[in-house]
Write a protein of this length. Structure first.
Length: 284
């Protein structure tokens, strides 16, 4: 094969690699109450729906809240979802209990509570980060730490109704367990800080799903308390999620990274200069 032909083939292959799904731009979903962040009136609403991705034009998502009957009866049922807008550190999604602090957050005190995120038909998202707008860890009355332990699950099954968790058990072993219904325990994360300065990295294995579930730490998924994990004393408001589209929908939600487009543009002149030499060698 002529050297010029090899160069053209290599350049074309490199351009395709740059525009592959792995290079789609990172997306961010933030949960606040301003109209630009929320489709409807979500100021301390008990059922906000349709949060928008606000930085890179990704797909909308729907959030819903779930909690167990108690800390001993792990049967899940629907719960009120609240989006809080307070001080600079008090923004985010909570599962409302009595509305008083700290039970207004997503917590594991009295119940195991979780927020379910649905990214819509045709969208599989690889979540890679989470931010908390507010967090507490410690006894209900006593010294607090501005952090919380979290559990993260992804739906990897092929059936059922993953957007309706009613009646499932929030553990990994019992009959009717959420795990046996197609959900996978991704990991637990200890001491996630209440800060919007940086994301807590999650999902190191790169799992993708349309449905994701973020809960206050639940030891019934297999991680024992201790060694950095606590139980019955974690409270968190989910401020933002980050990730990439693994399977872009037909609506063109994903956007190639600018660097990919730039490198492809820089490569086109090389193709143009090499093409005549290639054609002449073929006709000789």
């Amino acid at each position: 094969m002529k050297r010029s032909t090899m160069r053209i083939a290599a350049l074309l292959g490199f351009s395709v690699l740059l525009l592959s799904p792995a290079c789609w731009a990172s997306l961010e979903w933030k949960f606040r109450t301003e109209s630009s962040y929320c489709v409807s009136n979500c100021n301390n609403d008990t059922s906000p729906k349709g949060f928008k991705s606000i930085t890179t034009g990704g797909p909308n998502l729907t959030a819903s809240a779930w909690r167990t009957t108690s800390n001993t009866d792990l049967t899940l049922g629907a719960a009120p979802l609240t989006i809080w807008q307070g001080t600079s550190w008090a923004n985010g999604l909570g599962v409302s209990g009595d509305g008083n602090s700290p039970d207004h957050a997503t917590d594991n005190h009295g119940y195991y509570e979780a927020v379910l995120f649905d990214f819509g038909v045709g969208n599989k998202v690889i979540l890679d980060g989470i931010k908390l707008g507010w967090a507490r860890e410690g006894p209900f009355s006593g010294n607090w730490y501005d952090q919380a332990d979290l559990s993260v699950l992804a739906y990897t099954g092929s059936g059922g109704t993953p957007d309706d968790l009613t009646g499932l058990k929030f553990n990994k072993d019992s009959t009717g367990s959420i795990i046996s219904d197609g959900w996978e325990h991704v990991a637990d994360y200890a001491n996630v800080d209440q800060t919007k300065a940086a994301y807590q990295g999650i999902n190191a294995g790169g799992k993708s799903s349309r449905y994701w579930l973020v809960s206050a730490f639940n030891e019934h998924f297999g991680t024992p308390s201790g060694n950095g994990f606590s139980k019955n004393n974690d409270y968190a408001k989910i401020y933002a999620l980050s990730g990439t589209l693994d399977k872009p929908s037909g609506g063109g939600n994903a956007v190639p990274e600018p660097s990919s487009l730039l490198l492809l543009t820089l490569g086109l002149p090389l193709i143009g200069r090499r093409a005549p030499s290639f054609l002449s060698s073929r006709s000789a």
